[in-house]
Design a protein around this ligand. Structure first.
Ligand SMILES: Nc1nc2c(ncn2[C@@H]2O[C@H](COP(=O)(O)OP(=O)(O)OP(=O)(O)O)[C@@H](O)[C@H]2O)c(=O)[nH]1
Ligand SMILES: [Mg+2]
Length: 393
């Protein structure tokens, strides 16, 4: 047992985390992914108590881990009062059922956990509908035989959102709900795209990046707003658009949902309208938490997600944030591993700290230059002074 973990407040779910090291992959990578899974579990309100890691050539088709490992997990959860076992990969419906039957505990996977966090954090009707749709899409193939032994203790992580009221076991009912939610979303999407059209020709910049990188902190700083920022994953789910003026140049800056390793496809699908803000932007401001030990993988995840949503070829301005907490050793690593010519990552890049306001004036200056280049193609004969209303959505 890992000594750094201990029993916490009553009512808090105790969770064991499980990850595989596949094929020739490095164990350290799985460990980092489990650290992130632990952060996700904490964000959802659970207390991660231990990790199980197994090296396999490929996942076991019926139980994901091997039978010996499953036995080991079973003994551990029984002896240590573990309520929930969370797997770092998406489990197939049959794997989920088999593991639950064997462990006699609630079993969640990474997708389930992310959906749960989205469900508890969705504030607007739009976000709630998007999350609910993704949850039903996830639930549909997994309905039969789930959690029969947990019937009396409904609720808790993985069972919030649509699960909280009552999970209908009738697939038809769920399909009807999915159809209804999709219709509602189409209606909202239409309204949103009309709103965006009414914003006129102002240059649109969208903050993109891994969750917790500091996007909302930068939006607040550049636009003097007070959007929620938190050291938790997925603090932002809804899009906020603010009108920013640098020198005399106005433009729109959008803050939106962050990306994550293995972002569930159903969420990307149902958050399409939210991500339109990124897809339709003229310039992307990619915010990177450079203090994170895995920031390079996070950059790759962001690029892959941008490709998935069809926003790959946009001009990109890369901002390496949180330089204030870089240790000297990691600073060397960062400088050695970032492109020699930062321009090759996109148009330009810059090291900043949003909280300590390091290099923010330079960021404003660089943003000004980039936005101006686009702006003058739209307003070739005018100066920059326009009287436009604030555009918040
Ligand atoms: N040390 C340090 N912390 C920062 C900096 N910028 C942001 N943070 C902190 O990082 C955490 C996440 O910041 P947010 O602005 O909420 O990050 P985000 O990218 O909007 O995250 P999501 O909305 O969850 O995707 C907060 O606790 C911030 O205070 C920085 O430059 N230095
Ligand atoms: Mg945010």
């Amino acid at each position: 047992m890992n000594n750094k973990y201990f029993r916490t407040s009553p009512g808090q779910e105790r969770a064991a985390l499980v990850g595989l090291v596949l094929n020739q992959n490095k164990k350290a990578d799985t460990e980092t992914h489990l650290e992130e899974l632990a952060f996700l579990a904490e964000t959802a309100g659970a207390k991660p108590v231990t990790n199980f890691i197994q090296r396999l050539f490929k996942p076991n088709p019926s139980t994901f881990v091997g039978s010996g490992m499953l036995e080991k997990i079973k003994n551990y959860v029984q002896e240590n009062g573990v309520d929930t076992v969370i797997f770092d990969d998406e489990l197939s419906p049959s794997q989920l059922r088999n593991i639950e039957r064997e462990l006699n505990r609630k079993v969640l996977d990474r997708t389930n956990l992310i959906l749960d966090i989205f469900a508890s954090r969705a504030r607007t009707a739009h976000a709630r509908i998007q999350v609910e749709l993704a949850q039903y899409e996830y639930l549909l193939p997994r309905l039969a035989g789930r959690w029969p032994h947990l019937e009396r203790q409904r609720g808790g992580i993985g069972l919030r959102g649509p699960g909280e009221a009552e999970i209908e076991t009738d697939r038809r009912v769920i399909r009807d709900k999915i159809a209804r939610l999709k219709k509602q979303l189409i209606r909202i999407d239409r309204q949103k795209s009309t709103q965006r059209m009414h914003r006129g020709k102002l240059v649109r910049v969208a903050l993109v990046g891994y969750t917790n990188a500091g996007k909302s902190t930068l939006l607040n700083l550049l636009s003097k707003s007070s959007v929620l920022t938190e050291n938790k994953l997925f603090a932002t789910l809804d899009t906020t658009v603010r009108r920013v003026v640098v020198k005399n140049l106005p433009f729109l800056l959008a803050d939106t949902v962050g990306f994550i390793h293995k972002l569930p496809h159903c969420l990307v699908e149902s958050f399409k309208a939210t991500l339109d803000e990124v897809r339709e932007a003229d310039l992307l401001l990619h915010v990177i938490d450079v203090s994170h030990p895995n920031f390079e993988e996070q950059i790759a995840v962001v690029h892959a997600t941008l490709k998935e949503i069809g926003a790959k070829n946009k001009p990109l301005f890369t901002v390496f944030n949180k330089v204030d907490i870089l240790t000297e050793r990691s600073a060397y690593h960062v400088i050695a591993s970032t492109p020699r010519n930062p321009g090759s990552e996109g148009n330009t890049s810059l090291y900043v700290s949003a909280t300590e306001k390091i290099n923010i004036d330079i960021l404003r200056e660089k943003l000004y230059e980039q936005v101006k280049e686009i702006h003058i193609t739209r307003y070739p004969y005018n100066d920059f002074l326009y009287n436009l209303d604030d555009c918040n959505s």
